[in-house]
Design a protein around this ligand. Structure first.
Ligand SMILES: NC(=O)c1ccc[n+]([C@@H]2O[C@H](COP(=O)([O-])OP(=O)(O)OC[C@H]3O[C@@H](n4cnc5c(N)ncnc54)[C@H](OP(=O)(O)O)[C@@H]3O)[C@@H](O)[C@H]2O)c1
Length: 239
């Protein structure tokens, strides 16, 4: 069993990769997980997890819509209250949206704006709102979940334009966060092509495989990781 000692904050915990992260972290009795979701009332996967016998750590389910600045404020405030003066060790900005079938010469400005709002501005405001608690931690790890499609050097071609632009911007945000706060271990991780609603039918990895690798890398992150772009196995991805 892995040791996930510490306080963890994960957005988009209702399903997919976020739910699997929450599940794996809670196998550790010394993990406290703040599972943020847009609609706690319908987050059945999280409620089932809370009642399951396999859960050893502490789970708090908190409402937060990453596309809504007021919801970010109130969700972060609620987490700070629950922390009761303790530090926040790991922030994982996982929630994200994608519009897969657009191109540079036919994209919808509305879809690009939606991608930027949820995939970039949301994570930026979340880390900002949580900073008072991150600052108190001895870990200070911020992980923004990106996509391999954000790599220009790996040349993924013209597809998924709005999504790729937003994830590329998320990578830049993360670099800026790491440069502004030298003691912050902020980096991006591509989970790989994972079988979730977003990953779609062509995906190759089971959520547990991707998440196992991500959590191993994230829980062992060192200051040297700051500002960098990793795959789910901790492999470096070119920018
Ligand atoms: N799966 C892949 O192959 C793949 C590849 C590369 C990168 N990624 C990245 O991995 C992350 C997780 O993706 P996934 O595959 O787990 O996707 P998913 O199964 O579609 O789940 C997306 C999660 O994000 C949440 N979310 C979306 N918009 C939100 C909002 N406005 N406020 C709060 N939560 C919101 C969803 O909540 P609701 O249940 O409320 O909708 C859901 O929990 C994303 O950042 C994605 O870009 C995934």
């Amino acid at each position: 069993m892995s040791d996930f000692t510490g306080t963890w904050f994960i957005t988009g915990a209702s399903r997919g990769i976020g739910l699997e992260m929450t599940k794996q972290l809670l196998t550790s009795p010394t993990a406290t997980v703040f599972a943020l979701c847009r609609s706690p009332a319908t987050a059945t996967g999280l409620h089932t997890l809370k009642l399951s016998a396999g859960i050893k750590g502490t789970l708090h389910i908190v409402q937060l819509d990453v596309a809504d600045a007021a919801s970010i404020e109130s969700g972060a405030k609620e987490v700070l209250k629950l922390l009761n003066g303790k530090g926040l060790d790991y922030v994982i900005n996982n929630a994200g949206i994608a519009f897969g079938a657009d191109f540079a010469f036919n994209f919808s400005p509305e879809d690009l704006l939606k991608c930027m709002t949820s995939n970039v501005i949301g994570p930026a405001l979340i880390s900002r709102a949580l900073y008072p608690a991150i600052e108190k931690s001895t870990r200070k790890v911020v992980v923004n979940i990106t996509s391999g499609l954000a790599s220009i050097q790996n040349d993924h071609g013209p597809k998924a334009t709005s999504y790729s632009i937003s994830k590329y911007a998320l990578n830049m945000l993360t670099y800026k966060q790491a440069r502004e706060k030298p003691d912050l271990i902020a980096f991006v991780v591509d989970p790989g092509r994972v079988k979730t609603d977003l990953g779609g039918p062509g995906a190759v990895l089971e959520p547990h495989e991707s998440v196992f690798g991500i959590l191993k890398h994230v829980s062992g992150a060192t200051p040297d990781c700051a500002g960098r772009f990793f795959g789910y196995r901790g492999n470096e991805i070119p920018r």
